[in-house]
Write a protein that binds this ligand. Structure first.
Ligand code: AMP
Length: 185
């Protein structure tokens, strides 16, 4: 199963991703987690990425594409993966399409977790991560609305998009996810 998981910061993507991994066992490819690990290890890429992450901006496409294309070659990805937080721009999506077409391994589905902005802000304010300060949250939502939300149209045109209502309990939302993913299992 090859899945992309899209949603604004605070939509509950991380929580649902964990439940998807536990049930369907795809490799979990979170570019945010990879960047935070690189930052904590103080690698060159990590220190460069931190300049953008701390302000709520997206890390440049070439940096992210380098990371993800290496990761997709690894053995655990051959049986399937959940891309969590990637792609975040049309340029990333187009590059991914080319990589997958070259390998003959197209995507199965793109899940979009949808939550209204007011609710996102409320949830993020209570989370306490370093990039969850109000002004950074605002920047991250701006980045999502300007750079990432165009992907919804992009994948809808490819007939891959499934939108999930992100309001409700964790279990209610996961039941909506399962209804879609059970088809691809
Ligand atoms: P996340 O944990 O997915 O919210 O990512 C945290 C931060 O890492 C984002 O605010 C961006 O600065 C950066 N980041 C993660 N994934 C990407 C991506 N695909 N493209 C650009 N920046 C990214």
């Amino acid at each position: 199963m090859r899945i992309i998981f899209i949603g604004p910061p605070g939509a509950g993507k991380g929580t649902q991703a964990e439940k998807i991994i536990a049930k369907y066992k795809p490799a979990h490819l979170s570019t945010g987690d990879m960047l935070r690990a690189a930052r904590d290890a103080k690698t060159k890429i990590g220190l460069e990425a931190e300049k953008y992450m701390s302000g709520g901006q997206l890390v440049p496409d070439d940096v992210i594409i380098g990371i993800i294309s290496d990761r997709l070659q690894e053995p655990d990805c051959q049986a399937g993966y959940l891309l969590d937080g990637f792609p975040r721009t049309i340029a990333q999506a187009e590059t991914l399409d080319k990589m997958l077409a070259g390998k003959g391994t197209p995507l199965d589905v793109v899940l979009e977790l949808r939550v209204p902005d007011e609710e996102l802000f409320r949830r993020l304010a209570g989370r306490g991560r370093a990039d969850d300060k109000p002004e950074v949250i605002r920047e991250r939502l701006v980045a999502y609305n300007n750079q990432t939300s165009p992907l919804i149209d992009y994948y809808s045109k490819q007939d891959l998009l499934k939108t999930i209502d992100g309001l409700g309990s964790v279990d209610e939302i996961f039941a909506r996810v399962e209804k879609i993913l059970d088809h691809f299992n």
